[in-house]
Write a protein that binds this ligand. Structure first.
Ligand code: NAP
Length: 255
């Protein structure tokens, strides 16, 4: 698949994997639709993506937890921005690391509303256009956490197990169309993910990556781009990748 001039929509493009994905597709000369809640960060990412070669960029504020906002944002896309070829459902987060019987309800709501319902809302708004045009690729951010539950992470792991089920279900739903559906499931990636999980506690977040050469956001963007650029008849169903020092979510060797 050639991506020159194609519209690529990345949710959660203001940081981490989403921002790196924007750069990767910019390098292919794609037209980028970039959304997140922090618009000032999106503006910085857009400036950088222009330097990487994006053909054009349209940014907008979006909280994927708000279905009305998602529907309105997709309906309000300007002329020339409606034919989304690649949707990267990346917006997501973890909150807290606690036993289920001690967890915070507000943390659970935020994870489930973003990682599961938000992903569904955006998919529901974008995929009908793909079906109508008989063209498109949905790439969802899963996690090894969706394959194996780790201690104190039941709810985050549940959201990523849901992502896996939705990814597999959507692929069945679009069978008979040329639309492709992919899940990219990383292990430990060094981004703001842990800072967000620990509500801004930098020391605690820093400890997560101590003594490990973690994956980078660019490593994940590379895989997303790879999946998107296979020949049109090839569907990459699922890619699992970890740092060499990580065997699964709770087996990690530190230096
Ligand atoms: P990150 O650096 O914290 O970036 C998360 C992005 O999601 C930000 O751009 C954030 O933007 C956006 N976001 C969060 N809530 C949102 C909402 N309600 N509406 C719209 N955007 C929202 O974390 P990351 O590591 O790049 O995470 C990206 C994805 O990879 C997530 O789905 C995560 O679960 C998955 N993942 C991460 C790892 C890892 O170890 N880092 C491993 C496996 C999977 P705003 O705050 O500006 O809205």
């Amino acid at each position: 698949m050639k991506l020159q001039g194609k519209i690529v929509f990345v949710t959660g493009a203001s940081a981490g994997i989403g921002a790196a994905t924007a750069m990767a597709f910019a390098g292919e000369g794609a037209k980028l639709l970039l959304a997140a809640r922090r618009v000032e960060k999106l503006a910085e990412i857009a400036d950088e993506a222009r330097k990487y070669g994006a053909q054009d960029i349209h940014t907008f504020a979006l909280d994927v937890r708000d279905n009305d906002a998602v529907v309105a944002a997709i309906a309000a896309l300007p002329e020339g921005w409606r034919e989304i070829e690649v949707l990267v459902n990346n917006a997501g987060l973890s909150r807290g690391l606690e036993k289920v019987y001690e967890g915070k309800i507000s943390d659970w709501d935020e994870m489930i509303d973003t990682n599961v319902k938000g992903l569904l809302y955006v998919t529901r708004a974008v995929v009908p256009g793909m079906v109508e045009r008989k063209s498109g690729h949905v790439i969802n951010l899963g996690s090894i956490a969706g394959h194996i539950t780790y201690p104190n992470g039941a709810v985050y792991c549940a959201t990523k197990a849901a992502e896996k089920a939705i990814n597999d279900g959507l692929r069945q739903d679009v069978l008979g169309t040329p639309i492709r559906v992919t899940s990219v499931d990383p292990g430990m990636v060094q981004t703001d993910f842990s800072l967000v999980r620990f509500h801004g506690d930098e020391d605690r977040a820093g400890n997560v990556y101590k003594g490990v050469k973690a994956l980078t956001a660019e490593d994940i963007a590379d895989v997303i781009l790879w999946a998107a650029t296979r020949p049109a008849h090839v569907n990459i169903a699922d890619v699992v990748l970890t740092p060499v020092q990580q065997a699964n979510p709770y087996m990690l060797v530190r230096d």
